[in-house]
Design a protein around this ligand. Structure first.
Ligand code: ADP
Ligand code: MG
Length: 411
């Protein structure tokens, strides 16, 4: 039985006594078992989409950490792992500690003691996800802002933003914030499968100065480890999200996250410009059709008028499912810009979108996930980075000069 506050757990692996544990937890009001899988490697999708807050992994080996199984769990979810074993040796505890296992429970165990461990683990993970003050202070490097933009709707901006954020969080364990600046019709929450408790509207309507601790109270956590700031629930609230507040949000986010991925609407508005100002990498998305290319060209001209540094612009070609009229080279020639990445069209994307599970989690072996993985690597490891080290915008340097108008349509 469960209620709204029950902690969602997923049980993987096997060991003596685990069935009894499962039975006891099933009847516990504070716990909701959202899934079980003996072999986590075969339950990728189930684990990823379960929304589990804590993973209980049973292992029959009491002497060594089941590394492959732990890796398989981690591949699917960023939820903390509690190891359950029927006979543990000191070596297991040692390895568990070294490998970031949240806790080790030796069976038999009183149900209440186990529930306490689960609650404690969940609480700790929540503070970690929401940043403890000490972590905030030790954060030294400035986070990098990756903004996904296109002057056309339906070209895959949100698919790219959600997938990239998820991939960066899962692959490198970096702290990632995903912000939906498509303020009227944002789809980030839907594509990530999260129920927004608070949105960017609530965040900007708070009184007083935004700081990292306050921000932590307004993000929605996703099982991948990504923190999400969703778009307002009501389109009419969009206009109340002012550009200076968005600017402040990004500045604060840079202090506490390694990567800030921003999804945008299909036109320039004041909040988009405030974001471009703080963007390290602009991922300009085009599909292979003439209207998209024409509008991307106009966008490049606008960016040039704004004196936007060209080396921050990365062209991403998304094939989507429609039959391409053009090929990559034609597009590159028309835009006078080389594409940094080409995302293949894949049916898995549509399934992922409709299920609300980002592509790297719902279809980790798809061609799209492969490209997104390379992209995450390029932005954070310097690989495939057009030869240049990742651009970091110096404070106050090369900022966008804004034209004296509030709203600029790119097309
Ligand atoms: N690489 C792809 N392969 C297949 N379908 C895709 C791909 N990229 C995007 N799509 C489809 O296109 C639709 C629009 O994508 P979306 O990210 O919402 O576009 P935008 O945010 O630019 O409006 C999605 O519903 C998705 O199913
Ligand atoms: Mg979108």
């Amino acid at each position: 039985m469960s209620d709204n506050t029950a902690i969602k757990i997923f049980i993987t692996g096997a060991c003596a006594g685990l069935a009894e544990v499962r039975q006891a937890l099933q009847n516990h009001p504070d716990i909701e078992i959202v899934g079980t899988a003996v072999e986590p490697g075969k339950a990728d999708q189930k684990l990823a989409s379960s929304g589990a807050q804590v993973i209980l992994h049973g292992t029959a080996r009491g002497d060594r950490l089941p590394v492959a199984e732990v890796d398989a769990v981690r591949h699917a979810t960023a939820a903390p792992i509690i190891l359950v074993t029927s006979g543990g040796a000191a070596s297991l505890l040692h390895e568990a500690l070294a490998n970031g296992i949240a806790d080790v429970v030796m069976l038999p165990q009183l149900t209440d003691a186990l529930v306490f461990t689960i609650k404690k683990t969940c609480q700790l993970a929540a503070t970690r996800g929401g940043l403890t003050p000490s972590q905030l202070r030790t954060s030294t490097a400035e986070g990098r802002v990756l903004t996904v933009f296109s002057p056309k709707g339906g070209v895959g901006k949100t698919v790219l933003a959600t997938s990239l954020a998820t991939q960066i969080a899962r692959k490198s364990g970096r702290r990632v914030l995903l912000i939906d600046l498509d303020l009227q019709f944002g789809d980030v929450a839907i594509m990530m499968g999260v129920e927004p408790e608070k949105t960017i509207y609530d965040l900007v309507m708070t009184t007083g100065e935004l700081d990292p601790e306050k921000l932590a109270g307004y993000v929605t956590s996703h099982p991948s480890g990504v923190d999400v700031v969703p778009a307002p629930v009501r389109p009419e609230d969009a206009e109340l999200v002012a550009e200076d507040r968005v600017g402040r949000l990004l500045d604060v986010a840079k202090e506490t996250y390694d990567a800030i991925v921003v999804d945008t609407p299909a036109f320039f508005q004041a909040t988009t410009l405030a974001t471009l100002d703080r963007t390290d990498r602009l991922l300009l998305v085009s599909t292979l059709d003439i209207p998209a290319v024409k509008n991307v060209k106009l966008t490049l001209q606008t960016l040039s008028l704004l004196h936007y540094p060209k080396d921050r612009i990365n062209l991403i070609i998304n094939h989507g499912m429609s039959k391409a009229e053009l090929d990559r080279r034609e597009v590159e020639k028309a835009l006078d810009l080389k594409a940094m990445f080409e995302i293949p069209g894949d049916r898995d994307v549509g399934t992922a979108v409709n299920r609300g599970v980002p592509v790297p989690m719902s279809a980790p072996r798809s061609g799209v996930s492969k490209v997104i993985g390379d992209m995450a690597g390029a932005f954070f490891e310097g690989k495939g980075d057009h030869g240049a080290a990742p651009v970091k915008a110096g404070r106050g340097s090369a900022h966008v000069r804004r034209p004296g108008m509030k709203l600029r349509k790119a097309a």
